[in-house]
Design a protein around this ligand. Structure first.
Ligand code: UTP
Length: 309
């Protein structure tokens, strides 16, 4: 039986090139989704799953991220002095109470696998969770705690998988799988990063949640740069699917809930619309505006035609 998972690692050192110029001086994980930065939703998810030791892997321009999870005394003093701002004060303090947040710097953004290897000293020889800082799982849909349960039962690694339309599989890491006796849990027999559609072994895509055995660090040390010249976490986990290698077995939990990849512009916009629509404070007014907008302003004709005021 392996040790309990207590630590979460959040890689947030990527360059975020798809969001330039917004990400020139601000990490993409700090872009707001309604009124919280994306990474706060991710830290909240880790805390809900019982992981209150969070290590964020940061790169250049990440000081706003450190400030966000730190106290802001001047701001808090100002809000504290104003009775009408108590609720706002609580919301400002929320981000500092969620977890103990540590930081490690990835000197050079050499890929997600390399970012995870930067966590080795902090994590030690225990299983740990990795949550991508721009990948949001709706809080109403359980995923991470289920993955931790599956890891406790089988040991090794557990990855989050999602069925995607076949033509989109080349955007993701892809798993070959065998079914198990448990609905929604599969045994992963192989992994390939961003395969061509006709070479993909399934339509099961890796999404940004992993529970990994510490042997991943040994596998990463032996993993050469792969696709895009980056050290790919998928390539390192693929090594652990070999029964002769320590660190396995590798299982997958198939997620059927709501997930928003905020690193992609289209999905970022959809995330904001969906999350705002569901919020008790904003939803009713926003939904009514949205329904009106969709009915009266969205042209059904040429999609390239600009919408006129
Ligand atoms: P992405 O590939 O989505 O991030 O990595 P990116 O490279 O920043 O994005 P684009 O494609 O240039 O727009 C997934 C996650 O891994 C982190 C990113 O911050 C993101 O949360 N990452 C990626 C690192 O921490 N280090 C890296 O070297 C690469």
């Amino acid at each position: 039986m392996s040790a309990r998972v207590t630590k979460a690692v959040i890689p947030a050192a990527g360059l975020g090139t798809r969001f330039l110029p917004a990400t020139k001086a601000t990490p993409k994980e700090m872009l707001p989704v309604v009124d919280k930065p994306a990474i706060q939703y991710v830290v909240e998810e880790a805390a809900r799953a019982g992981l209150d030791d969070v290590l964020v892997v940061i790169g250049r321009n990440k000081s706003s991220l450190e400030d966000h999870f730190d106290r802001a005394y001047e701001l808090e003093d100002k809000l504290e002095g104003d009775d009408g701002k108590r609720e706002l004060l609580d919301r400002v303090r929320d981000s500092t109470r969620l977890a103990t947040v540590h930081y490690v710097r990835q000197q050079d953004p050499r890929g997600l696998g390399h970012a995870v290897s930067c966590a080795e000293r902090h994590v030690g020889r225990e299983p740990f969770a990795v949550l991508l800082g721009d990948d949001l799982i709706d809080e109403r849909d359980e995923l991470l705690s289920r993955m931790i349960e599956v890891q406790a039962e089988h040991g090794g690694c557990v990855l989050a998988l999602m069925e995607v339309p076949r033509e989109q599989i080349s955007l993701y890491g892809c798993a070959s799988v065998e079914t198990t006796a448990t609905d929604g849990v599969v045994r992963i027999t192989g992994l390939v990063e961003k395969p061509a559609v006709d070479e993909a072994p399934s339509n099961l895509a890796l999404i940004g949640r992993y529970v990994l055995a510490p042997e991943i660090f040994d596998a990463l040390a032996e993993t050469a740069p792969g696709r895009g010249g980056e050290i790919q976490i998928t390539d390192a986990i693929a090594r652990l699917t070999d029964p002769a290698v320590a660190g396995g077995p590798v299982h997958g939990v198939v997620f059927r809930g709501r997930r928003y990849d905020t690193g992609d512009k289209g999905e970022y916009l959809r995330a904001i619309v969906q999350i705002a629509s569901d919020r008790a404070d904003l939803g009713p007014q926003f939904r009514s505006w949205l329904a009106d907008f969709a009915a009266t302003r969205l042209p059904l004709g040429d999609p390239d035609e600009p919408i006129r005021p």
